[in-house]
Design a protein around this ligand. Structure first.
Ligand code: FES
Length: 170
């Protein structure tokens, strides 16, 4: 998935109309396919692009939003580069996922469903991710981290942050 356009003003379509037109032309007439293409490109569904899609394809904006909000895989706001998904399935709940969620929320300064201002982290909850024996678990991309405590959960976020800093060092 493409990382959200940092600092891009997507309310101004003038210099992006050609790019958006190409994107939508390639997606075809199916609304879900168009939404998937938009999200692949921008990392979320920018309001301005949804308005463009509505006008271009003659689909009422309410219907566009109806579909966009029906599927949990679509996002109406930019997501962080790292999405920390705290498993809240039964085993993880019993194992203390609430504490893990609180610790990450406190550390990152965001609530579940929110993204940090620097777009580095989004905090989410998820159902069972399939490694209950390691509960409590968080999933980040394809990686899962298990048997977490409040401290080790925050350490996961710190390690991701440190890796970013290292990558950014010339
Ligand atoms: S309940 Fe969390 S991995 Fe299964």
């Amino acid at each position: 998935m493409a990382f959200p356009l940092e600092n891009a003003d997507l309310t101004d379509l003038h210099d992006r109309s050609e790019e958006i037109e190409d994107l939508l032309a390639g997606a075809g007439p199916d609304l879900v396919s168009a939404l998937q293409a938009i999200q692949r490109r921008y990392g979320f569904l920018p309001r301005s692009v949804l308005r463009h899609l509505s006008r271009r394809n003659g689909i009422p904006l309410a219907r566009v939003y109806g579909v966009a909000t029906f599927y949990s895989s679509f996002f109406l706001a930019p997501r962080g580069k790292h999405v920390l998904r705290v498993c809240c399935g039964t085993a993880c709940h019993v194992g203390g996922s609430t504490r893990i969620l609180e610790a990450l929320s406190d550390d990152l300064g965001i609530q579940p469903g929110e993204t940090t201002e620097d777009f580095q982290f989004t905090l989410d909850t998820v159902g069972c991710v399939g490694c209950c024996s390691l509960a409590p678990v968080i999933a980040v991309g394809d990686e899962s981290y298990g048997r977490l405590t409040r401290t080790s959960a925050v350490d996961v976020a710190a390690a991701l942050r440190a890796a970013e800093d290292t990558d950014a060092t010339p």
